[in-house]
Design a protein around this ligand. Sequence first.
Ligand code: ZN
Length: 181
Amino acid sequence: MNRDLPATDETYMGLALQQARAAMAQGEVPVGAVVVCDGQVVAVGHNCPVGGHDPSAHAEMQALRAAAQALGNYRLPECELYVTLEPCVMCAGAIMHARIRRVVYGAMDPKTGACGSVVDLFAEPRLNHHAEVIGGVMRDECVGILQTFFSERRAAAKARRLSAAAEATEEPPTQTPGSTN
Ligand SMILES: [Zn+2]
């Protein structure tokens, strides 16, 4: 980070992308988040539901929990949340409970996005909290890391299938001599 320049949405999204890379290094779908208060990063989080055996361990949830602990308050009305992927319904709910002021995300999520892709909870007037939501910040980088992860995973699965098929043709089933069963 260049200290001479004021931090921008891209600055914080870059930090969220670092968290996404940390998730990928652990074999998790690469999504990362940071919580910022008055220009200071107060918490970070990355997606880890597989390793944590926790369906709620999305990047936003991890970052919100850490921010609330760091600030000693479950409400975070002065905070902004940066996340590389559009929040889902669960995370949108947690963002509302935390009274997050502003949400900035990178890639859209056409399967579970709750900021306009599938539903738009932040535009629902019957819900009593309305964070400002901005999408598409560093979208190419945020989409790119997800595409890399899924293409590598598909390639690895294909390699496993090919190697299993090769073993099956190279080693025909053998009968154990002397087996009485
Ligand atoms: Zn989520």
